[in-house]
Design a binder for this molecule. Structure first.
Ligand code: XMP
Length: 333
C-alpha cells in the first residue's frame, strides 16, 4: 500500500526536463525489478498503456511482449490502429487476440455495472495468464494504472462505499501468477502525457482522449447486446469524426456516446420507429477527479443529431448530458 501513495515531495511533471528525470528513474527501477525476465503488457492503445509500452520498450526492449486483446468493446477502428502503430511503426513484440465472442458471451444478460466491470477485468487477467502460459517464461504483468484509479480505490476502501471498481485496480485474482509492473501509477493524466511526449510518442497518440479499460462495455448501459453495442460504436464514430472536423478534437478532454437500454417511440418514413437514445457526453478536466461540461454550439449538435439518427440503425433520439463531476462520474457506469 505504501508504494501506492504519492510522496508529498514528488514534483508535478510539467516539463520535458522533469519527464526525462522521471523516465531515467523508471528505467532504472524497471530494470532492477525485471532483471532478464519477460514482461507481458496489456496494451489497450489508450494513452496510459501506450506510454507504459514506450517506457518498457526503452527499458527492456524485446523482453516486453505487448498483448492487445480485442474484447469486442473497442471503439471503431481502434484495434486496427494498435496493430498499425505498435506492430508496424514501433516494431514492438505484439500479440493480437480477438476475444470478442468470449467477452460478449460472458456479459450476456449482465446488467449490474459493477458486475460488468468485474467480469471484464477478471476475464482480461485470465486471457493474459493464458497468453503468459503460451509464451513461456513471462514473470511480470505491466499495467497502465494511474493515480486517480488508486485514489478512488483507496477512498472507496476507506469509506466502504466504492465509487466504481476501476478495471486496472479491481478484479485481480489472488492466485495470479505474475508480479505487477505499474510505472505510471503515481502520475496524473496530464503528467502521463508529458512523459509520453518526452518518450517520443506521436502527439496525436499522447493527446488522444482516454478510454476506460472496460471500453464501450460501460457505455452500452445495462445488459450489453450486440445490436445496441454496434449502434453505440457507429454513433461514437460519428461524434468523433464531427469533433475532429470542427476543431474540437484537441480541445475537449473526453467525449463519447453512451446508449441506455431504453427504447422510445419515434417515426421514420411515416412508420412507427422504436429506437434507443444516443447520449452525448463531452467534458473537460485536468486530472479526471472533477469535470466540467464543454459547451458545444447548437448548430453542431443539430448536425450530429441528424447524422446519428439518419446513419445509425436503431438510434432515434440524441440527448446531451449536462452533468458535471461531481455529481455525475465521467462514465455512466
Ligand atoms: P469516472 O467515470 O470514474 O472516470 O469519473 C474517470 C476517468 O477514468 C476513466 N475510466 C477508466 N479508466 N479503467 C480505466 O483505465 C477503468 O475501468 C475506467 N473507468 C473509467 C474514464 O473514462 C474517465 O476518463
Amino acid at each position: 500500500m505504501e508504494n501506492n501513495v504519492r510522496p508529498e515531495s514528488m514534483a508535478r511533471i510539467t516539463t520535458p526536463e522533469l519527464a526525462e528525470a522521471f523516465i531515467e528513474e523508471q528505467i532504472k527501477e524497471i530494470r532492477e525489478q525485471v532483471g532478464d525476465k519477460k514482461v507481458l503488457l496489456a496494451l489497450s492503445g489508450g494513452v496510459d498503456s501506450s506510454v507504459v509500452a514506450a517506457l518498457l520498450i526503452k527499458a527492456i526492449g524485446k523482453q516486453l511482449v505487448c498483448v492487445h486483446v480485442n474484447h469486442g468493446l473497442m471503439r471503431k477502428g481502434e484495434s486496427e490502429q494498435v496493430i498499425e502503430v505498435f506492430g508496424n511503426a514501433l516494431d514492438a513484440n505484439l500479440v493480437y487476440i480477438d476475444a470478442t465472442d468470449r467477452f460478449l458471451d460472458l456479459l450476456a444478460g449482465v446488467s449490474d455495472p459493477e458486475q460488468k466491470r468485474k467480469i471484464i477485468g477478471a476475464e482480461f487477467i485470465k486471457v493474459f495468464d493464458e497468453e503468459a502460459a503460451k509464451l513461456d517464461g513471462i514473470s511480470f504483468l505491466a499495467q497502465g494504472t494511474i493515480y486517480p484509479d488508486i485514489l478512488e480505490s483507496i477512498k472507496a476502501a476507506e469509506s466502504g462505499k466504492p465509487v466504481k471498481s476501476h478495471h486496472n485496480v479491481g478484479g485481480l485474482p489472488e492466485d495470479m501468477a505474475m508480479e505487477l509492473v505499474e510505472p505510471v501509477k503515481l502520475l496524473f493524466k496530464d503528467e502521463v502525457r508529458v512523459v509520453g511526449e518526452a518518450l517520443g510518442l506521436p502527439h496525436g497518440m499522447v493527446y488522444r482522449q482516454p478510454f476506460p479499460g472496460p471500453g464501450l462495455g460501460v457505455r452500452c448501459l445495462g445488459a450489453i447486446t450486440r445490436d445496441r453495442l454496434h449502434a453505440l460504436r457507429e454513433a461514437d464514430a460519428i461524434l468523433r469524426e464531427e469533433f475532429a472536423n470542427n476543431g474540437l478534437e484537441g480541445k475537449v478532454w473526453q467525449y463519447f456516446i453512451a446508449v441506455p437500454d431504453i427504447k422510445s417511440v419515434g417515426v421514420k418514413d411515416g412508420v412507427r420507429y422504436e429506437g434507443w437514445p444516443a447520449i452525448i457526453r463531452a467534458i473537460n478536466t485536468t486530472d479526471a477527479m472533477t469535470a466540467t461540461i464543454e459547451e458545444i454550439p447548437y448548430s453542431l449538435l443539430h448536425h450530429i443529431t441528424h447524422r446519428i439518427t439518419h446513419e445509425v440503425e436503431g438510434i432515434n433520439r440524441v440527448l446531451m448530458d449536462l452533468t458535471p463531476k461531481p455529481i455525475g462520474t465521467i462514465e455512466w457506469e
